[in-house]
Design a protein around this ligand. Structure first.
Ligand code: ANZ
Ligand code: ZN
Length: 807
């Protein structure tokens, strides 16, 4: 027998699988199915260990279920639009399209070298023209259904490059390219009404309970952020009314019970009162407010609390007291009404703010120390004194409603999804601006990107293109102008898992093939990084619901089960280029082969936990495979699983069989989810124990049976070497079906419980085949000191327990 040569074996099998189309789906839609999906990668140009882990997990599942007779869909594709391609164009003058497609083929090659069982027929890239076509169709359907609208919003703007910047391109408030101070500029943007679906998105999370990680469900719930409370208004005191011509300030509070604790009010720098008041403010205040307005609201809310008194007051609706009005950086312009009532005695954030500016505290809940943020008994609250918690809230709301001063409202944190980007490398928004007809959807789809563009980081390349945006109005035929914004790349990743189900030959004529969808959905296992726990998953869930409302799909939730893989670390830190601690998967494949890489990755930690890189463990994985290879010479070739009469076996032989079938049982339990979370590491260690146990005996039949089983259950993890050995010794028959021998797991000695009147008193050890009479005798001896008087009844449950009922 030759030495273990991973390179040779792996190339051979990879070629064979591809040539034979081993991983394409079967057209027999009567078969049970599994749709196994690892999140698709961004084609940066090279794979990293995070990818390797992601696809190893999915591939092990796909291979197992395929072997179990399922029709498996296990596709791969490319999340191909986005900024890095444009950055590469700016820096190196490579066209984004060329850069992207060449990265795709380089990465595809690397992934295929790992032996992943991807369906070739279903591959896609989101920058493919047919993908653009259908995404634009969805956009227009949504536009026509009133689910997309245009609204002005603040964007990061570099005055020097005359370009909109993404948040990542703003570094310490400056442009990443030219270091110019970034400002906020108001521009028209397109939004999708995800907020119309907020309640559905929240409600359906309940259906995912137990199938998605609890933490992800929790994060989604918080992101949607439903809260109910009181909305009411403060009147502006006279000088404020005169200066602003505005009569009242609306606020939203989840703590109406603290209404008498208000000692200041604060508004967001975007608030209409600021606009009205601005010119009358001292210059210094104006400057500081400008600075606030020029900071992205999210950053602002995380920064140190800052406020500026506005020199005007509002009137407390119940006490009629004058309350000072501030502008503050932590107030969000687009949540509630963009204004808060400040209760520093009972709110952490308000307390911090009040301490900073020496604003008085007003305690209105019984407590020992401030700030006290829990609910409790009201004091200093007039007619509400003595009420507690929910009761107090209800009473205050009822009073406001009765007096016509306010009403109970529900607010969501979730904002509508801004989907327009002022960039080149994305799906063009298929709208046309006509001076007579307004904004008109393009009827001639797809609207494709022009190839001849100048990408230099200044302005929007589509806007600068000499002719691309000139077009005819689809409605009246007059000359019109194309929209030059492209879509957020989260749009593409929101429906790729649906598109995979459309066979290639149908992709020109339809977006989604309903028959295939009906069969393949939902995705049974979705595997990816926890960094996608919020946005991607929320958008994908939302898109599915929208497409359902438009009649494209029948389901409401796309992902049946979700597995969030842990990070890959080295020296305790996340592997990343910036930290310089990356391990290149190609180097590992080169040195040890794909099977060793796969074995290491699945053995080093359970999928959901962090995985610490370890060179020794990688070498250990290699050594295990080599041993598996070397010891295979002890097998006697066969095409059927050996049947073994256990009665004649030695202790070591029995033990080896037991370990082998334990490993088999572990595999079944993992994939049948008797054990949760796909802990492949435990399966692998069972196989290692089994191989060790086989080594303790010399019976060729036991070796043969052991390998017959082990190669089959290890195949999802280390497919190449398993296929090679299975072909060599078993004509591959063991990869089709394994018969479980439960007898092999039976213990020689068995423990039985002895109880008296149903109460456990003793345990006895019995050997297999022991007579009932002898066992009862043994039990009576063991429990002798509890047996007083006569036994009226003996209850005997074989192999489990004996109960003596006393008179
Ligand atoms: C007074 C108060 C007292 C509040 C107290 C809380 C505790 P959630 O639960 O997240 O909905 N708030 C309202 N609008 C805001 C805005 N635009 N920007 C920042 N904060 C805003 O939070 C609702 C609470 O957040 C509201 O209840 C309000 O502060 C604040 F002991 O009102 B509360
Ligand atoms: Zn027109």
């Amino acid at each position: 027998m030759q030495e273990y040569n991973p390179k040779e074996i792996e190339q051979k099998w990879q070629k064979q699988w591809l040539d034979q189309g081993s991983f394409e789906w079967s057209d027999d839609l009567n078969l049970p199915k599994k749709y196994i999906l690892s999140m698709f990668p961004y084609p940066s140009g090279s794979i990293h260990m995070g990818h390797v882990r992601n696809y190893c997990i999915g591939d092990a599942m796909a291979r197992h279920y395929r072997k179990k007779g399922f029709n498996v869909l296990h596709p791969i594709g490319w999340d191909a639009f986005g900024m890095p391609a444009e950055n590469a164009a700016i820096k190196h003058g490579i066209h984004p399209k060329d850069w992207t497609y060449s990265n795709i083929s380089a990465m595809k090659e690397q992934l295929m070298k790992l032996g992943f069982s991807f369906a070739q027929e279903n591959e896609l890239a989101t920058c493919d023209e047919d993908y653009t076509h259908w995404e634009q169709k969805f956009f227009i359907d949504m536009w026509n259904a009133g689910l997309i609208y245009r609204k002005k919003a603040m964007l990061n703007w570099c005055p020097n490059d005359q370009t909109v910047l993404a948040n990542e391109q703003v570094i310490d408030g400056k442009c990443w390219r030219c270091d110019t101070e970034v400002v906020q500029k108001e521009m028209y943007q397109y939004y999708i009404k995800i907020t119309d679906f907020a309640q559905d998105l929240l409600d359906d999370l309940a259906t995912l309970e137990g199938k998605w990680p609890a933490q992800v469900i929790h994060m989604q719930r918080n992101w949607i952020g439903k809260s109910s409370g009181l909305e009411f208004s403060f009147d502006l005191a006279e000088e404020g009314r005169e200066k602003t011509q505005i009569s009242s300030l609306k606020v939203f509070t989840t703590r109406p019970d603290t209404i008498f604790g208000v000692s200041y009010c604060a508004i967001a720098p975007e608030h209409e009162i600021i606009k009205a008041l601005f010119d009358s403010l001292p210059l210094e205040s104006q400057e500081r407010i400008r600075a606030m307005q020029n900071t992205n609201a999210r950053h602002r809310a995380m920064a140190k609390k800052e406020g500026i008194p506005l020199g005007i007051s509002v009137i407390h609706p119940l006490s009629q007291e004058k309350i000072p009005l501030w502008v503050a950086n932590f107030v969000l312009g687009d949540y509630g009404s963009g204004a808060v009532m400040g209760v520093p005695a009972h709110d952490e954030r308000d307390f911090e703010f009040a301490s900073l500016y020496e604003i008085p505290l007003k305690q209105v809940i019984e407590c020992d120390c401030l700030p006290y943020t829990d609910e409790g008994r009201l004091i200093n609250s007039g007619k509400f004194d003595g009420l507690c918690g929910v009761e107090a809230k209800k009473a205050v709301i009822a009073y406001f409603e009765f007096q016509g001063l306010g009403k109970e409202v529900v607010n969501f944190k979730l904002r509508d999804w801004g989907i327009s980007r002022q960039r080149y490398w994305g799906t063009p928004i298929p709208l046309v601006h006509c001076s007579s007809c307004g904004i008109v959807p393009e009827t001639n789809l797809p609207v494709l990107l022009p190839y001849d563009v100048k990408i230099d980081g200044e302005g929007n390349p589509l806007q600068k293109h000499p002719t691309w945006k000139e077009c005819q109005c689809p409605k009246c035929g007059k000359s019109a102008v194309r929209e030059t914004d492209t879509m957020d790349t989260f749009m593409e990743s929101s429906w790729y898992f649906l598109r995979y189900c459309t066979p290639k030959h149908m992709r020109q004529e339809r977006a989604l093939d309903s028959e295939s969808l009906r069969y393949w959905l939902n995705v049974d296992e979705y595997i990816g990084g926890v960094e996608h726990a919020i946005l991607h998953l929320l958008y994908a869930r939302f898109f599915t619901k929208v497409l359902k409302s438009l009649g494209y799909v029948e389901i409401s939730e796309p992902f049946e089960n979700l597995l969030t893989q842990g990070m890959v670390l080295k020296d305790g830190a996340k592997m990343s280029k910036s930290k310089g601690n990356v391990v290149d998967p190609n180097a590992i494949i080169e040195a040890y082969g794909a099977d060793s890489a796969r074995l290491f990755v699945l053995f080093a930690a359970p999928p959901t936990k962090e995985l610490e890189w370890n060179d020794d463990a990688l070498r250990g994985a290699y050594r295990f495979i080599r041993r598996l290879w070397d010891q295979s010479k002890l097998i006697s070739p066969t095409q059927v699983q050996p049947v073994i009469d256990a009665s004649t076996l030695s202790k070591e032989e029995k033990y080896a069989r037991k370990k082998v079938y334990e490993a088999y049982k572990k595999s079944e339990e993992i994939f049948d989810k008797v054990i949760a979370g796909y802990p492949f590491n435990t399966l692998i260690s069972s196989c290692m124990e089994a191989l060790n146990a086989l080594g303790e005996q010399k019976n060729p039949l036991i070796w043969t049976e052991g390998y017959y089983v082990l190669l089959s259950i290890l195949e999802p993890v280390i497919p190449h070497v398993c296929h090679e050995l299975s072909a060599l010794y078993f004509c591959g028959e063991n990869l089709k079906k394994i018969t479980f021998d439960p007898l092999a797991l039976q213990e020689e000695m068995q423990i039985m419980i002895v109880s008296i009147n149903g109460k456990k008193r003793a345990e006895i050890e019995i050997s297999k085949g022991m007579e009932k009479e002898a066992i009862l005798e043994l039990a009576k001896q063991a429990a002798a000191r509890w047996i007083e008087g006569d036994i009226s009844k003996e209850i005997y449950v074989p192999n489990k327990l004996i109960n003596f009922v006393l008179k």
